[in-house]
Ligand binder design. Structure first.
Ligand code: ARG
Length: 457
């Protein structure tokens, strides 16, 4: 196929160089956005008297028929085209003749691609927001059901203090809610139309950029045409937000993997989200969670690739920037696929509160409460802390838990101890006594559940 820019050249582009240069095999993803942008651009050109009404009508008809044919498979992408923009324009001219050649007036591929990518990413990020909300809802449903499920809370992966499974899951709800607002913020910042920036310096035609921006639901235009065609900071920002989503999913994945092990057995994943082994008949592997954890690295990689691609290029457009798309498409798809599989995996996951409770009984996770008991009876916290430390040491030697130690033995450490201590250190009361806002206490968890529900409304 003759290049659109062939006029200036004496020789055709080398075949290998042509393939290397071409981006249609990935930017064809944006064909809907490309056509939508072109339709609005053409309408603006005609309303500003830059092309005639008749020409606009032909263009609109042609573009719509191309869109339909691509949608229903009647038209295939020409993989020899340089990119999606060239492909659509060439196809248009093939269909409607000379009017098609007027579409690119007062426009360059530089602002066109910048527009398409913003439109595309606005849609995809919007989808991710909806998916995240569904995941938050799945997590909070599990939390709702597990408000009384007591488990060990950990620090350093050492049993630390009793918490409820609901409290633990709600922590992830909070993280994912921030991920939602992070995406909303990024969309707000990127929602300005670069179209009309042209190659870099603007145009001599009496265009109306605001009209196109409004029609495409942007909040305004990129006010500096060089900036409009040059920056991909919105890609970096989205990839940053995607990376944080993946980081959160990866941590939860790690916990799901641990919790499903025989060592923990806090949960049982549904058969439909686990796999077996080709040799070990007993195995039930949490592959989905492992894959999500593994794919996190890809998304970080996409972020790094885009940042690195951008760091050394002078203004305005450089071909390096064509590399933005594969990175952000990969990050987008990866995040979407991960959330998609996560939602039903969480929904169908079965909590095993009895095992959680048994784990909570060991590990002296009520030791802080025992120290608090002494403190509330007048002992300074540090002294109480020391006494309880010694008691824990004694329990370890005797291989008993704190509630298995007799009052007599307690009294040997301090005569402040009384029989009411046993109630104080029961796991249920350790949780119930947590009255600070945000804590694992029942009322606080109720407040958190309400907060999440309010967010999802
Ligand atoms: N395929 C190109 C890209 O993705 C479109 C812009 C080309 N502009 C240019 N001046 N060569 O970046």
């Amino acid at each position: 196929m003759d290049k659109m820019w062939a006029g200036r050249f004496e020789k055709a582009l080398d075949k290998q160089a042509d393939d290397f240069n071409s981006s249609i095999h990935f930017d064809k993803k944006m064909y809907k956005q490309d056509i939508r942008g072109s339709l609005e651009h053409a309408l603006m050109l005609s309303s500003c008297g830059i092309i005639s009404q008749g020409e606009y009508e032909k263009i609109a008809e042609g573009l719509t028929s191309i869109l339909d044919d691509l949608n229903n498979g009647a038209l295939a992408f020409d993989e020899n085209a340089e990119d999606i923009h060239m492909f659509v324009e060439a196809e248009l001219t093939k269909r409607i003749g000379d009017a098609g050649k007027r579409l690119h007036t007062a426009r360059s591929r530089n602002d066109q691609v910048a527009l398409d990518l913003r439109l595309y990413m606005r849609d995809e990020a919007g989808k991710i927001i909806l998916m995240l909300k569904e995941l938050i809802s799945a997590l909070s449903e599990q939390a709702e059901k597990n408000q009384k499920s007591i488990m060990p809370g950990y620090t350093h992966l050492q049993r630390a203090q009793p918490i409820t499974f609901a409290h633990h899951l709600l922590a992830y709800c909070m993280m994912l809610m921030r991920d939602v607002t992070r995406l909303e913020d990024a969309i707000k910042r990127m929602n300005y139309s670069p179209l009309g920036s042209c190659a870099l310096a603007g145009t001599t035609y009496p265009t109306n950029r605001d009209m196109v921006a409004k029609a495409l639901s942007f909040d305004g235009i990129c006010l500096n045409s060089i900036d409009g065609v040059s920056d991909r900071d919105y890609c970096v920002e989205l990839e940053g937000a995607f990376s944080l989503i993946m980081m959160h999913l990866s941590r939860l994945s790690e916990e799901i993997i641990l919790w499903s092990s025989w060592e923990f057995k806090f949960i049982e994943l549904d058969d439909s989200y686990t796999t077996g082994s080709s040799i070990m008949p007993q195995k039930k592997n949490p592959d989905m969670a492992e894959l999500v954890r593994g794919k996190t690295g890809r998304v970080y990689g996409d972020l790094m690739a885009t940042l690195t691609m951008l760091k050394g290029i002078p203004l305005a457009y450089n071909k390096d920037m064509q590399e933005d798309k594969e990175a952000i498409f990969d990050a987008t798809e990866t995040v979407q696929k991960c959330i998609e599989v996560f939602i039903p995996m969480i929904r169908t996951m079965k909590a095993l509160p009895e095992n959680m409770y048994n784990a909570a009984k060991r590990g002296f996770i009520n030791a802080t409460d025992l120290a608090d008991y002494l403190t509330k009876k007048g002992l300074p916290f540090r002294s109480a802390y020391k006494i309880v430390g010694t008691i824990v040491g004694e329990c370890i030697k005797k291989n008993i838990t704190l509630d298995e130690m007799s009052l007599e033995e307690y009294k040997a450490h301090s005569d402040i101890f009384d029989s009411d201590l046993y109630n104080e250190i029961s796991l249920e009361s350790c949780v119930a006594k947590r009255i600070s806002r945000g804590s694992t206490g029942y009322e606080s968890v109720g407040e958190q559940l309400k907060y999440v529900a309010e967010f999802l409304k």
